[in-house]
Design a protein around this ligand. Structure first.
Ligand SMILES: [Zn+2]
Length: 162
């Protein structure tokens, strides 16, 4: 699903590992997630529990300050055109230049942000970003058991350097 989303709760940066499809090297990749959000247009209040984590993907728009904050630490996270998604969004790239598309990390079991076990989820680092809601983004999102697994078993760090 794709929509304009208003993040109304804590916003997180997820840091995971992904093997590049092109050069087969292991790369650090990032994704944004939120604990609460509202869908705009039409306005829908999502019913949520504290354990829900909504993972944002194929982010077409986000506040410049937020993008800059992430890019200062993960400079290869930048807007690029994806042939798979047929749109430009904030995507991870490999050191070799290959686009590491969100689809494979978010929507395929075993992907960097689609852990299949508690052990997989524990390898994901969770960082609370110092941005006050509401934060407006245009993106797709995934909610459900994967988000809960990451929130419960991911490893929490105080900042993105950790
Ligand atoms: Zn590569």
């Amino acid at each position: 699903m794709e929509d304009h989303v208003e993040v109304t709760g804590t916003v997180f940066l997820l840091i995971g590992q992904h093997i590049c499809w092109k050069c087969r090297s292991r790369q650090e990749v990032v994704a944004l997630a939120a604990q609460e959000l509202k869908l705009l247009d039409p306005i829908v209040e999502e019913e949520k529990s504290d354990k829900d984590l909504v993972i944002l993907s194929e982010i077409e728009e986000m506040p410049q300050a937020l993008a800059s904050y992430i890019q200062d630490r993960h400079p290869r996270y930048a807007k690029r055109f994806s042939r798979t998604a047929e749109l430009s969004y904030f995507a991870n790239s490999c050191e070799c230049g290959a686009l590491l598309g969100d689809h494979y990390m978010h929507s395929e079991p075993g992907g960097a942000f689609f852990p299949e076990s508690e052990e997989d989820a524990a390898t994901i680092r969770i960082v609370v970003l110092p941005f006050e809601p509401p934060i407006y983004v245009k993106s797709s999102y995934h909610q459900g058991s994967v988000g809960s697994l990451i929130l419960e078993h991911g490893t929490r760090f105080a900042n993105t350097i950790g």
